[in-house]
Design a protein around this ligand. Structure first.
Ligand code: NAP
Length: 313
């Protein structure tokens, strides 16, 4: 199944929750080559758009829809993706691409065998300052990187029980966005050297994490993730190099070199993701990078576990 630039690409959206409404639906509507053709939603979907409560029923009823975008929590996404790929559909995955690394790699193999596109998205990589940061760092010697990702879970994830359950990632749900930027902008890979994960005594996933990574030529990366931040929120990455200090702030939206703001412009994270999905389908390619998820898996493998007071919404 292929599309050309002249075709309209029909997309079905499954899991119509916060991110689907905030970002996916407007991004699809804003792209002249895309159309939201149907939804799969247990809670009703989108006004004016055909909805199927059951995803298998949607796949059976609409063989004409070539692509699906999966926006449900990571713990259940794999099953939806397998059904879609087996039905010959191109698949876009919200981040994180799955609840485990191995299930994502299995999906990649399944998509290859089926000859369909699989796109594991990392929306933060499309923030306005990220490409310019990557270009600036490419020929520098990087000595130190500090990541500070601190936000108020009560504000950003009210009542999201899945995020505290196994596979929900806890504070790594936002933290993996920082790791997706890190793994995009660094010229060479780093590996986790130490981690401390802090779990509320009544929750299965961490509320805070401190990570250390080592890289080439003595590069050290420190990351502090914390969900207990009230007041100003921080989504910042700072890199000390032989040619000055680079700062990405506001989740990658703003870039400064030696505290001087740099002019960066982007078309928006989610519009960029859908443009890329359409391009990948047209080119018959997939894009599945598990590097950010590998770092999270390493943190769960190597992390010292600390217990803190219970968390209640
Ligand atoms: P959410 O609103 O809590 O849930 C998304 C939707 O998934 C629900 O409304 C529901 O849709 C469906 N769903 C929930 N539990 C399900 C289950 N057990 N089985 C099948 N479907 C289920 O979550 P969200 O905030 O949109 O996050 C979804 C994904 O997007 C996560 O991986 C998250 O990391 C990522 N993301 C979120 C944000 C954000 O700001 N929230 C930002 C970037 C990425 P229906 O009622 O329609 O079935």
């Amino acid at each position: 199944m292929t599309v050309t630039e002249l075709d309209t690409l029909d997309i079905a959206l499954a899991g119509v929750g916060k991110i689907a409404r905030d970002q996916h639906i407007p991004a699809i509507a804003g792209h002249p080559g895309l159309r939201l053709a149907a939804t799969s939603s247990r809670s009703g979907g989108v006004a004016g758009v055909e909805n199927h409560e059951d995803f298998a029923a949607l796949l059976a009823a609409r063989p004409d829809i070539p692509a699906v975008s999966l926006c449900m929590p990571p713990q259940v996404r794999h099953g939806y993706a397998v059904d879609a790929i087996r039905a010959g559909r191109h698949v876009m995955l919200e981040k994180p691409p799955g609840a485990s690394v191995s299930e994502v790699l299995a999906l990649k193999a399944l998509a290859e065998k089926a000859g369909v596109t699989l796109f594991a998205t990392w929306h933060s990589r499309h923030a306005a300052g990220v490409a310019a940061a990557k270009a600036w760092l490419a020929d520098k010697t990087i000595r130190k990187v500090q990541i500070t990702w601190k936000e108020d879970v009560r504000h950003w994830h009210p009542g999201q029980d899945w995020i505290w359950e196994p596979g929900g990632l806890g504070v790594f749900d936002p933290g993996i966005n920082a790791l997706s930027i890190l793994t995009e902008i660094l010229p060479a890979p780093v590996h986790l050297s130490a981690a401390e994960l802090t779990f509320p005594e009544n929750r299965a996933q961490p509320i805070a994490a401190a990570l250390r990574f080592a890289g080439e030529d003595g590069l050290e990366v420190a990351a502090e993730f914390d969900w207990r931040q009230t007041g100003p929120q921080s989504w910042d990455i700072a890199a000390e190099t032989d040619a000055g200090r680079l700062t990405l702030s506001e989740g990658g939206a703003k870039l400064a070199i030696d505290d001087v703001p740099q002019g960066v412009a982007g078309s928006g994270e989610y519009p960029d993701l859908y443009r890329r999905f359409a391009e990948l389908i047209a080119a018959g390619q997939s894009d599945v990078d598990v590097a950010p998820l590998l770092h999270v898996a390493d943190a769960f493998l190597m992390g010292r576990r600390l217990i803190t007071e219970p968390f209640h919404d």
